[in-house]
Write a protein that binds this ligand. Structure first.
Ligand SMILES: Nc1ncnc2c1ncn2[C@@H]1O[C@H](COP(=O)(O)OP(=O)(O)OP(=O)(O)O)[C@@H](O)[C@H]1O
Ligand SMILES: [Mg+2]
Length: 228
C-alpha cells in the first residue's frame, strides 16, 4: 500500500506515493520546507482517517499551528481532530505521556510502544536533533532508534538536519527512503528544490524538482527540473 504525501506533485516522483510501514529520512538546510512537507503528510493522513502522530521538541503546538497558519491545506483542522496526536518531548506533559510507555528508560522503546499501542499509521519526528537530549552516545544509539522504528507498522518521516551537506550519515543508509530538500541562492533569489535520493521498492525520479510555496502549502512541479 502507498500513502499519498499530501504534497501536490510529489507522489508522481515515487510511483504514486510512499510505501506504507516504512521509514523515510527527510533532510535539508534550514528553512527548506521539511516541517511544512511533514505537516502536509500528517494532514493528508488525518483526512484519510489514519491515526497520526507528530513528535517534536523544537516547537509548541501553538507555534507549529502558527507557522502553518499561512497555508490553507487544513493543518488546523487536522490537529484538532481525534486522528492526530501531538507530542512535544520538551514539555512536562509530553514527557509524562511518553514515560507511561515502558519503564526501561530509553526513548526508543517508549516511542515504539507508543506507536504500537496507539496503532499509529503515520508519524513525523521533528527532528533527529532532539535525540541528543535523550542519547548519551548519539552515533551508537541512533542506529538502534532507526532499526526499532523501521520495525513498527507506522509510516514514518524522520527529519534529519544535515550538519555537513556534502556527506551522508547513518540515517540515510538505514532508512528505507531519503528525501532531500535544496535551497539554491542565485541572482534571482532563492530557488527551492526537492529530490528523492533513494526509496527501496520503488522506481524513483532522482532529479531535483522545482518546489514552491503557495497558499496551499508546498507543491512540486514534476516536469520542472532545477539545476544543482
Ligand atoms: N508562502 C511562502 N513563500 C515563501 N517562503 C515561505 C512561505 N511560507 C513559508 N515560507 C518560508 O519557508 C520556511 C519554513 O519552512 P519549514 O519550516 O518547512 O522549513 P524547515 O526545513 O523545517 O526549517 P528548519 O530547518 O528551520 O526547521 C521559512 O523560511 C518561511 O519563511
Ligand atoms: Mg523545521
Amino acid at each position: 500500500m502507498r500513502f499519498s504525501s499530501g504534497v501536490p506533485g510529489f507522489d508522481e516522483l515515487v510511483e504514486g506515493g510512499l510505501l506504507s510501514d516504512r521509514l523515510y529520512v527527510v533532510s535539508g538546510p534550514p528553512g527548506s520546507g521539511k516541517t511544512t512537507f511533514c505537516s502536509q503528510f500528517i494532514t493528508q493522513g488525518a483526512k484519510e482517517g489514519d491515526s497520526c502522530l507528530y513528535v517534536t521538541m523544537h516547537e509548541t503546538k501553538s507555534e507549529l499551528l502558527q507557522d502553518m497558519s499561512g497555508f490553507e491545506f487544513g493543518f488546523d483542522r487536522a490537529m484538532q481532530s481525534d486522528n492526530v496526536q501531538f507530542l512535544n518531548l520538551m514539555t512536562e506533559s509530553g514527557k509524562r505521556t511518553i514515560t507511561q510507555f515502558g519503564t526501561d528508560g530509553g526513548l526508543t522503546n517508549r516511542l515504539v510502544a507508543f506507536i504500537e499501542s496507539n496503532d499509529i499509521d503515520r508519524a513525523v519526528i521533528d527532528s533527529t536533533m532532539l535525540l541528543q537530549h535523550f542519547f548519551s552516545d548519539m552515533a551508537e544509539e541512533i542506529t538502534g532508534f532507526l532499526s526499532a522504528l523501521k520495525q513498527t507498522d507506522a509510516t514514518i518521516l524522520l527529519i534529519s538536519e544535515m550538519t555537513d551537506p556534502s556527506s551522508y550519515s547513518d540515517e540515510h543508509y538505514l532508512a528505507h527512503g531519503v528525501i532531500f530538500f535544496h535551497n539554491f541562492l542565485d541572482s534571482g533569489g532563492m530557488t527551492r528544490g526537492i529530490q528523492v535520493i533513494k526509496m527501496r521498492g520503488t522506481a524513483i525520479d532522482t532529479d531535483i524538482h522545482d518546489l514552491t510555496f503557495s497558499d496551499r502549502g508546498l507543491q512540486v512541479r514534476p516536469d520542472q527540473l532545477v539545476e544543482a
